[in-house]
Ligand binder design. Structure first.
Ligand code: MN
Length: 586
């Protein structure tokens, strides 16, 4: 294979190739190809991604310890500790399984421990998975389905989180027809605007953009239009009630410009010619995605009024978007030492890789293997949303997460003590679903305990775990009170900054646990209303609270009502109507 010529005949890579060739001698894949073709393909991908020699050697040897008579100790003797470590991370444990699920969970856990220590293990594994997906057709249908499901649930999201967006999309598209055959067939029929038609449109588009740029003296480095990927379209359709007529941007245009300034110039020219759709312009250059992705995105009414998406970026951003963390890896390696001994240590502090650390801590905290894998699928790898703190820090959460999840993600004390949330400046119930781009501010009460009720709607394993822990630890007296009667304070006040915080401080000082806090600002009037629900304290305490609330600057009126806790609390103003319909997995 051509890529091997890069490496000297006495070096690590060629030595690994010879070793692997001998070890897999006489072994064949299900497709009938000699087994070594798989090892070579994986190694070629790893080399293309710019990884170092030990990684390419490990890619060549990745199935040796699992499938041949050679042991990891043999590999260490011949290739040293580093290559052995990488191969070990890629080798499944051979346990005597009590059941299949448990064995799988244990293998995944071991794999995560390895790549948390050295991210190269994950990158090689993704190259392995890519080749397995490309050659999936040779396997029997049941195996295809299982491997495709795993690819969509675990490996494509992992690639995405490494910033390897192209790989992530490619893995999903390779898996889609096998994981969801009926849905795939349906989608292929539904986007009837046939592929040829989209292709013809793409060509027309390219020539129009070229002449537009010529008049503005804009010279792109590269320009291409492509039909969108199937699986990403399918995910979009799920969000739009499977209504194809709501999806217009079946074609996406990608423009690569020499500099950042050129990117904005190109954007200006496009917007001048074709009106943008409101709310669809995203400046990921000024504010990169948490996985490091940078680009300008806009959607416009384009040629023939067709709705078309544009992505504009520099060459460096483009390479990062294609290769993600592997691109950083290659840069760093080229810069630091030509011998190629860059280490994970240098990568560990990268902001977009903090989740690797988080993942490791988390798998330490959850003892139960099955539970770990379940929450991993349900939480860590699920569709993500990105919300902001008032200080503009980006917080990464699973789709459907609530302000309580947000609070726990910031700090477990903030989670435990939250009583209300302002989303984009408006008071929002704690069980509301957050959306990407929301700015979330948590209102907390000192000394407050988490509510058991939160378990009904929180989405993150972290929040669930902390809430359960707090409930176990809270004393019975607290529980009995919470289960008895509830009192609601209704306050009318002048709308002034800090008023809500003052209210929660009054309850905090009285050591009264707030169960629910809501507030309403009527823009037509000069005053607002605040509702505080809490477990009913003593009559004396209620009197004191009323006096303090009345004395608070800005208070107009206060009264309270009592009711049984058994009566379900009224919930309103939420965004419960935007639940995401999910298709049942078979
Ligand atoms: Mn393999």
């Amino acid at each position: 294979m051509a890529f091997l010529e890069r490496y000297g005949s006495e070096g690590l890579v060629q030595k690994a190739r010879r070793f692997a060739e001998t070890a897999h001698q006489g072994a064949f894949r299900v497709s009938g190809d000699p087994y070594i073709t798989h090892c070579l393909a994986v190694a070629e991908t790893v080399a293309e991604w710019g990884l170092d020699e030990p990684s390419v050697a490990a890619a060549l040897l990745h199935d040796v310890a699992e499938d041949t008579s050679h042991t990891l100790a043999d590999l260490e003797r011949v290739f040293g500790a580093e290559v052995k470590f990488l191969v070990e991370g890629l080798t499944k444990l051979k346990t005597i399984p009590s059941n299949e699920g448990e064995e799988k969970a244990e293998n995944l856990r071991k794999f995560i421990v390895s790549f948390a220590e050295d991210i190269r293990v994950l990158i090689i594994k993704l190259a392995d998975r890519l080749h397995n997906m490309k050659t999936l057709a040779a396997l029997p249908p049941d195996d295809r389905k299982r491997i495709a499901d795993e690819t969509i649930e675990i490996y494509a999201p992992l690639a995405y989180r490494l910033g390897m967006q192209k790989l992530s999309g490619e893995l999903e598209d390779l898996a889609f027809p096998h994981a969801l055959p009926e849905e795939f067939a349906w989608l292929a029929r539904a986007i009837q605007d046939p592929y040829e038609e989209r292709l013809a449109y793409a060509e027309l588009l390219i020539s129009k953009i070229r002449s537009l740029f010529a008049t503005h003296r804009i010279e792109p480095v590269a320009l291409d239009a492509r039909a969108k990927r199937h699986y990403s379209l399918y995910k979009k359709l799920i969000r739009h009630d499977m209504d194809v007529t709501k999806i217009y941007d079946l074609v996406a245009v990608r423009i690569v410009m020499p500099t950042v300034a050129d990117c904005y110039a190109a954007l200006g020219a496009i917007h001048q010619e074709w009106p943008p759709l409101p709310g669809r312009f995203k400046d990921y250059i000024a504010r990169p995605k948490p996985n490091g992705y940078r680009s300008l995105h806009t959607t416009v009414f384009c040629v023939d009024h067709k709705i078309t998406e544009f992505q504009i970026r520099t060459l460096e951003m483009h390479e990062e978007a294609e290769l993600g963390i592997a691109a950083h890896w290659a840069y760093q390696q080229a810069r630091n030492n030509p011998e190629g001994t860059a280490r994970w240590e240098g990568m560990r502090d990268r902001k977009e890789l903090r989740w690797v650390e988080q993942l490791r801590n988390w798998q330490n905290a959850l003892g139960n293997q099955e539970e770990f894998v379940q929450s991993l699928k349900a939480d860590f790898f699920k569709d993500r949303i990105f919300v902001l703190t008032p200080a503009n820090d980006v917080i990464d959460l699973p789709a459907g997460a609530s302000p309580v999840d947000f609070a726990y993600r910031i700090h477990s004390d903030l989670g435990a003590s939250c009583v209300g949330a302002k989303v984009n400046g408006k008071m929002t119930p704690l069980d509301a679903e957050l959306r990407s781009g929301d700015i979330v501010e948590i209102i907390s009460q000192r000394g407050k305990k988490p509510s058991e009720d939160w378990l009904r709607f929180v989405k993150t394993a972290q929040a669930k775990q902390k809430i359960r822990g707090a409930i176990r630890n809270s004393d019975r007296r607290f529980k009995e009170r919470a289960e008895s009667r509830v009192i609601s304070f209704h306050v009318t006040n002048e709308d002034r900054p800090g008023y809500l915080k003052d209210v929660t401080a009054i309850f905090g000082n009285a050591r009264v646990n707030i169960l629910r806090l809501a507030s309403n600002t009527d823009p037509r009037r000069a005053f607002a209303s605040v509702l505080v629900e809490c477990a009913e304290p003593s009559k004396d305490a209620v009197e004191k609270l009323l006096v303090k609330l009345k004395a608070l600057p800005g208070t107009r009126e206060v009264h309270c009502t009592h009711h049984d806790a058994a009566r379900p609390l009224r919930r309103g103003g939420g965004r419960g109507d935007r639940g995401i319909p999910r298709r049942n997995k078979k």
